[in-house]
Write a protein that binds this ligand. Sequence first.
Ligand SMILES: O=C(O)CCC(=O)C(=O)O
Ligand SMILES: [Fe+2]
Length: 374
Amino acid sequence: MEARLLHHHPICLPRSAPLLPTSVGCVAAARTLPREPCRPPPVATGGLAAIAVACFLDRVRRRRRRIRGRVFRGLSPEAEAYLAEALHPELFQTKKVEEWLEPEVLRALSRWRESGDASLVDLELLPGIRVEAPGVISFALLRPSVCASLLAEARHYSEGGFPAELPNSMNREGVILNDIGLRPVFTILLRKYLAGIAARLLGNDSERATHLGEVPLGTENWGGSTLNDHHTFIVRYKPQGDRGLAMHVDECDITFNVGLSGGDSFVGGDLAFCGMFGDPTYRRLHHTYRHEVGRCVVHAGKRRHGVTDVEQGERASLVLWTKSLLFRGTQEYKDKCGDIVAGRKPLPEEMGPPDPICLSLTHDRDYLRWSHLL
Ligand SMILES: O=C(O)CCC(=O)C(=O)O
Ligand SMILES: [Fe+2]
């Protein structure tokens, strides 16, 4: 039960172990344990019977510690099993997440982290921050060494024959990091660091910035002040596999997309941004973006985007689809997207020819009419 709750609300990690086994449970659990070497009491005080009891209690104690560890981390048994096989076990340590970040990111976030007021996030201190296009902002987030480890871990997982689900409905070559035991570290990344940036870029009016210096951000509220869940994965593209990604909108409110390989290690593979879902300009090309290792591009999930084919090399992205349940319950969300239960708002009637790169096989009723432009 608790594990299910964690799955749905990973940001709400419990502060205390919710389910410690009772002594009866422990006895039963200890019987199912593989026989481990027992640690006998330091001084043999009461003969064989006392040693047997001490051994038994030692096994129970160790089993208890293991269960508590798993409940704290909120890992599924599969994820727990992968930990023993991981290439970079240090990636799984929640205490080390801060070391993943470019140091200036911490400086930009420090006043928010002291006060809880996201309007104090200093966007200008985010390293190399750029407004790529209205509503699309990028900055250096992760250290290149962490990007290399994450990519190597994803390759190790894919090539190791471990059980795999597809990260999204469009990509066959990728790994859902939440499923392999990395959900807790990304929950920390989101809760302690990205949440402030999300609130400042795409949160409610009292926290959201309107400009970066003189340049308008062109963002609006997409629940950035109340993000509570994430679906985090790595996708890889290469000429002999998934070459690119068709135009789409994401199944989330705010997307953080970090380059794990930079523009010098692949040819093609541009991330193309078109307009917002429901906006008359949604089939206009707004910007094309090239990944840089460790640089994160942030945008509303409902901005149409896609990846052009990779012609050479390999392109890889670390993607966090983040959501706000609270925002999804508001009238503002319904006006923007439709009802989460009743279904998405229909797109407006397609008007005139699209920019070819923005044409979507999965979203446009007139795809065949314009596909000769591709
Ligand atoms: O690979 C990318 O840069 C984009 C991935 C993406 O848009 C997605 O998985 O939703
Ligand atoms: Fe996407």
